[in-house]
Design a protein around this ligand. Structure first.
Ligand SMILES: Nc1ncnc2c1ncn2[C@@H]1O[C@H](COP(=O)(O)OP(=O)(O)O)[C@@H](O)[C@H]1O
Ligand SMILES: [Mg+2]
Length: 456
C-alpha cells in the first residue's frame, strides 16, 4: 500500500517549502508531502497520484494564484477525490471564496496568512484524524453491506431449499395418492370385472331359456284349451285337480310371470354390462374414446343400492340433463372413479344430514342430485356438473376438502383421499379443471371440465 500523500499548493515557493518542513517535522514519516506551485500543476499531480492508487487525505491550498483561485481549484480537486480533506489559506478574509469552497469542495477549514505554526499543525492533525475516521466508517459500512448481501443470499438460498423441499414433499404425496389409487382401482376393478364375467353366463342362460319357456308355456296352455274345447266333460279326478290348482288363474298369471322374469333378466344384463364398463382396465394405457354419459349411467347402476331409500332417509332423486354424444378421449375407468367418488360423497352427505331426523322430518325436503353434461365444441371442452342439496360444507372444510387425507367423517368411514384422487385424475391425468361451489345449509356443486381430445 503506497504512503498517503498530503498536497501543498501555493504559487509562492517559499510558502510551499515552509509548509513542507513544518508538516514533515510534526507528522514523522507517515505521510508523503507533495507540492505544486500552480493550479494546473496541482491537478496534474492529483490525477497522477490517483492513477498510482495513492490516497490523498489532505490538500492545503493557497487562495490567490495566477491561473485559478483556491476555491475553484479545490472544487476541481473535490470532483477528482471527494473524500480528501481541504484546508484553504487566505491572505485577507475572502468570505465569498470560503463560502464557495464550503459549498462545492466540502472545505474543512480556512486559515489566514500568516498562520501560527502550532495552529496549523493542530488543524492538520485534526483534519487527518477526521479523514481516517471517515475512511474507517466507510470500510465498516462496506463490510456491513457485504455481510448483508451474504445474509440475503443465504436467506434466499434457504427459501429456495425450503421451496424445493416442499415441492419434493408434494411429489411424494402425489405419488403416494397415485399408488393407492392404482392399487385400489386395479383390485376393485379386477373384482368387479371378475364378478361381471362370472355372472355373464348364467344371465345369458336365463335370458336365452326364458325365451323358450315362454313359447313352451303358451304351447302347453293352448293344448289345455284344446282339451277343454274337445273334452268339456272330463272325469272327476281331472276336474277336481283343475279346481285344486286353479287352472284359470295359472293360465292368466303364467305369461305375466314370465314377462316379469324377462324384465328382471334384462336388468341383470344391464348391471353386468355396467360393471364391465365401470371396471374397464385401462390403467397406464392409451386414452380411448369414451361416452361419459355411459360412465355416469354405469356408476349410478352400481350405486343404486345406496341411492334407494333407507329407514333413515328417502330415496335420492337423480335428475339427469345429459348432452348427446358426450364422447371424449380419456381413461374411462379413471373417469368412472371420479363419478363414483363425487356421487358417494353426496350420498354420504345425505346420510349424515338425515341421521338424526325422523321420517316425518325428512320427507319435508327432497334429497336430490342433479347431473348434467354439456359439450362445448368451440372450446373443445366437456363440462360435467354434479350438484347436491345435502347441506354443503363450511368455509373451513371447503379450504381443505381437496387435500390428501382430509376427512370430516368418522374413522372407518372416511379416508380423505376421494377428492384428492378426483383432482389428480381430472387435472394431472386428463389436463382438465376441477372446481366446486358449496353453501353451508344448502348444497355443493362440483364442476369438471375435460378436453374432448387427448392432445388439446
Ligand atoms: N358433496 C359433499 N357435500 C358435503 N361435504 C362434502 C361433499 N364432498 C366432499 N365433502 C367434504 O370433503 C371431505 C373430503 O372428501 P373426500 O376427499 O372424498 O374424503 P372422505 O369422503 O373419505 O371424507 C369430506 O369428508 C366432506 O367433509
Ligand atoms: Mg369421499
Amino acid at each position: 500500500m503506497p504512503k498517503p500523500v498530503i498536497l501543498c499548493i501555493d504559487d509562492d515557493h517559499t510558502i510551499v517549502d515552509s509548509l513542507r518542513i513544518q508538516l514533515k517535522k510534526s507528522l514523522n514519516q507517515d505521510y508523503f508531502i507533495e507540492t505544486a506551485e500552480s493550479g494546473t500543476e496541482a491537478l496534474e499531480v492529483v490525477t497522477e497520484l490517483l492513477e498510482d492508487k495513492h490516497t490523498i487525505p489532505l490538500v492545503i491550498c493557497d487562495y490567490t494564484m495566477p491561473d485559478i483561485t483556491g476555491d475553484k481549484l479545490l472544487h476541481k480537486i473535490h470532483d477528482l477525490s471527494p473524500r480528501t480533506r481541504k484546508i484553504m489559506l487566505t491572505g485577507q478574509a475572502n468570505l465569498e471564496g470560503v463560502a464557495y469552497a464550503i459549498q462545492y469542495a466540502n472545505l474543512y477549514r480556512y486559515m489566514s496568512k500568516p498562520w501560527e505554526t502550532a495552529d496549523l499543525i493542530l488543524t492538520v492533525q485534526e483534519a487527518l484524524s477526521r479523514y481516517w475516521q471517515d475512511e474507517k466508517l466507510i470500510q465498516q459500512n462496506q463490510q456491513l453491506t457485504k455481510m448483508n448481501q451474504t445474509l440475503e443470499k443465504l436467506n434466499g438460498e434457504q427459501a429456495y431449499l425450503i421451496e424445493k423441499l416442499q415441492e419434493k414433499e408434494k411429489i411424494l404425496t402425489t405419488t403416494q395418492v397415485q399408488l393407492i389409487q392404482q392399487e385400489k382401482m386395479s383390485s376393485l376393478g379386477q373384482l368387479v370385472a371378475g364378478v361381471a364375467h362370472e355372472i355373464n353366463n348364467p344371465i345369458s342362460s336365463i335370458t336365452g331359456n326364458l325365451f323358450y319357456i315362454k313359447n313352451y308355456c303358451s304351447d302347453l296352455l293352448a293344448l289345455f284349451q284344446l282339451y277343454q274345447k274337445n273334452y268339456p266333460d272330463p272325469i272327476s279326478e281331472i276336474r277336481d285337480y283343475i279346481e285344486e290348482i286353479d287352472l284359470d288363474y295359472i293360465s292368466e298369471d303364467l305369461p305375466e310371470l314370465i314377462h316379469s322374469m324377462q324384465q328382471g333378466a334384462k336388468l341383470l344384463e344391464h348391471i353386468s354390462s355396467s360393471m364391465r364398463i365401470f371396471s374397464r382396465s385401462d390403467y397406464k394405457q392409451q386414452k380411448v374414446k369414451f361416452d361419459v354419459n355411459k360412465g355416469l349411467d354405469s356408476t349410478l347402476s352400481i350405486l343404486k343400492n345406496r341411492i334407494k331409500g333407507t329407514p333413515k332417509r328417502p330415496e335420492i332423486l337423480i335428475t339427469q340433463n345429459l348432452c348427446e354424444n358426450a364422447s371424449i378421449s380419456c381413461f374411462p375407468s379413471q373417469i368412472n372413479q371420479v363419478f363414483m367418488n363425487l356421487l358417494a360423497n353426496a350420498i354420504d352427505a345425505f346420510d349424515e344430514r338425515n341421521q338424526n331426523k325422523t321420517s316425518g322430518e325428512y320427507t319435508a325436503s327432497q334429497d336430490e342430485i342433479l347431473i348434467s353434461t354439456a359439450l362445448h365444441p368451440d372450446t373443445s371442452l366437456l363440462e360435467i356438473r354434479i350438484k347436491d342439496n345435502a347441506g354443503g360444507m363450511s368455509e373451513e372444510v371447503q379450504q381443505k376438502a381437496l387435500e390428501y387425507l382430509f376427512t370430516t367423517k368418522p374413522l372407518g368411514k372416511g379416508t380423505g383421499i376421494g377428492l384428492s384422487i378426483v383432482k389428480q385424475i381430472i387435472e394431472d391425468n386428463h389436463h382438465g379443471h376441477l372446481s366446486f361451489v358449496s353453501n353451508l345449509g344448502e348444497g355443493t356443486e362440483f364442476i369438471i371440465t375435460l378436453p374432448i381430445h387427448a392432445d388439446s
